[in-house]
Design a protein. Structure first.
Length: 469
């Protein structure tokens, strides 16, 4: 059913599939329908506009009781945030579904309650149409008195419908512009976090383009049903923006011959005018970076020998629950992104009394999803993690390896063990991040230690250290 726009049938089918995949979207439509009976059609139109605004025609005439949706769309037409959101998800079913889910959910929460819902609007309209047909076809003469009664009833129904419509659709555009603006921004943040998560597992947004794809289904289950995973992705998204800014400010062009211009997101090759955009229009820069559409030099030459692996040990003992596990694993994802950018080997583990979870470039994507979603538990044993880290360094290829050790606790480590550990890893740097409390044990085997107070500042210093030649 058309509300304010004529939506292509295949867009409607995609929206229907998304409602089945997204419990949040289905729930939001149900809640919105309690306010406005055609809220589902509004959701369908928002989805369609985000997915592709082509061939979506505005209806020439919109019924009075649908005026709230018409006003909402007119505000969306004028919102830069909505245009930015659409540019991020255009043509991608899964990202559009995620965006529409957040957009519709937030809109449902923030649209004002109508003064008087029309519970029987359809019935009233049907009665009116029936009376009109009877009056049009009725003969005059003996039935004149009956016709007069019908006319009076018709007038009553039309007044009732008009009054209810007037009450329901009295929405102040100024009262919903702010909520719709916030809804669009919330959806932008949600989509950006999903893209961060996709890239963390070595995929691109295009890999989510088929709703029935096995990886897409698994990935979106984590997105929708695991709050810890989404909190980590949100924090990782923030840190990724820090990382992009750092790389843009610390570009070192390789000694290679420029043979042309191409598109991509290798910040070591991005042309200066594109880097200037980061200061002038950060949103556009980040969007082009995510899509791999930044203009960059096409180089030809000998690549220098790469650095050694980045090895990350993340404490997930019981005391690391809550915000600490979000911070620690978001840092691991930021380091993973940096390793991918520098074409370095990468390995990460979660440890408590032993190493429980591992992830490296050879692991299937679902292992990383589980790495980011398993709950913290158990005791703490530093030596199990250090043993594992030294093995990864020995197996690694390249020079200047880095071990990053993230914890909130203390553990007794024998001095002879530390001496043997340092002998194994050679000139590998060990960088410690301590979340709260003291760090006397870390100082025995770490070259540098940072205490977390403001996460972005700590990560910026850590990444600068890892990026050093």
């Amino acid at each position: 059913m058309s509300l304010t726009r004529k939506v292509p049938k295949w867009h409607e089918d995609l929206h229907t599939e998304s409602v089945g995949k997204y419990p949040k979207l289905k729930e939001s439509i149900q809640n919105g329908t309690s306010k406005y009976e055609e809220f589902g059609e509004f959701s369908n139109e928002v989805f369609s506009r985000l997915y592709s605004n082509d061939n979506i025609q505005k209806l020439k005439k919109v019924e009075h009781w649908r005026r709230w949706a018409k006003e909402a769309h007119e505000i969306l037409d004028d919102l830069p945030e909505f245009k930015s959101l659409a540019s991020r998800v255009r043509g991608n079913e899964m990202l559009t579904a995620a965006a529409a889910s957040t957009m519709v959910s937030e809109t449902d929460k923030r649209l004002p309650e109508p003064k008087d819902r029309i519970y029987d609007a359809t019935d009233i309209k049907e009665q009116i149409e029936k009376l009109k047909r009877e009056l049009k076809n009725s003969p005059h003469g003996p039935l004149l008195i009956d016709e007069e009664g019908k006319r009076q009833r018709l007038n009553q129904l039309q007044k009732q419908l008009s009054q209810n419509i007037s009450n329901q659709t009295k929405i102040d555009p100024h009262s919903i512009r702010g909520p719709l603006k916030k809804s669009a921004q919330s959806a932008i943040d949600h989509v950006d976090n999903i893209v961060t998560a996709i890239r963390a597992v070595g995929k691109t947004p295009a890999d989510l383009n088929a709703i029935d794809d096995e990886f897409s289904g698994l990935f979106m289950q984590f997105i929708m049903n695991n709050p810890l995973f989404m909190n980590i992705m949100e924090m990782a998204g923030r840190l990724n923006r820090v990382l992009i800014g750092l790389r843009a400010k610390n570009v070192h062009y390789a000694r290679s011959e420029v043979v042309g211009i191409t598109q991509g997101n290798d910040l070591s090759r991005v042309i200066p005018s594109e880097l200037a955009m980061l200061e002038l229009d950060e949103d556009t820069f980040l969007m082009k970076f995510a899509k791999g559409e930044l203009l960059q030099y096409k180089l030809q030459g000998n690549e220098k020998e790469g650095k050694g692996p980045i090895v990350v040990c993340v404490d997930f003992s019981g005391s690391m629950g809550g915000q600490r596990e979000v911070w620690s694993r978001a840092i691991a994802l930021a380091l993973m992104t940096q390793a991918r950018e520098e074409a370095r080997q990468f390995a990460a583990c979660l440890f408590n009394h032993q190493v429980e979870r591992q992830y490296d470039w050879e692991s299937p994507p679902k292992d990383l999803l589980e790495f980011c979603s398993v709950a913290s538990c158990g005791g703490t044993n530093f030596m199990s993690a250090l043993d594992w880290a030294s093995e990864m360094v020995v197996k690694g290829v390249g020079e200047k390896s880095d071990i990053i050790f993230i914890t909130d606790g203390e553990d007794g480590v024998d001095l002879k063990y530390i001496e043997e550990f340092k002998r194994k890893i050679g000139d590998t740097r060990v960088l410690g991040i301590h979340i709260g409390g003291y760090h006397s044990t870390l100082s025995q085997f770490c070259d540098k230690i940072w205490n977390v107070s403001k996460l972005e500042d700590v990560v910026e210093r850590l990444l600068l250290e890892v990026m050093k030649e």
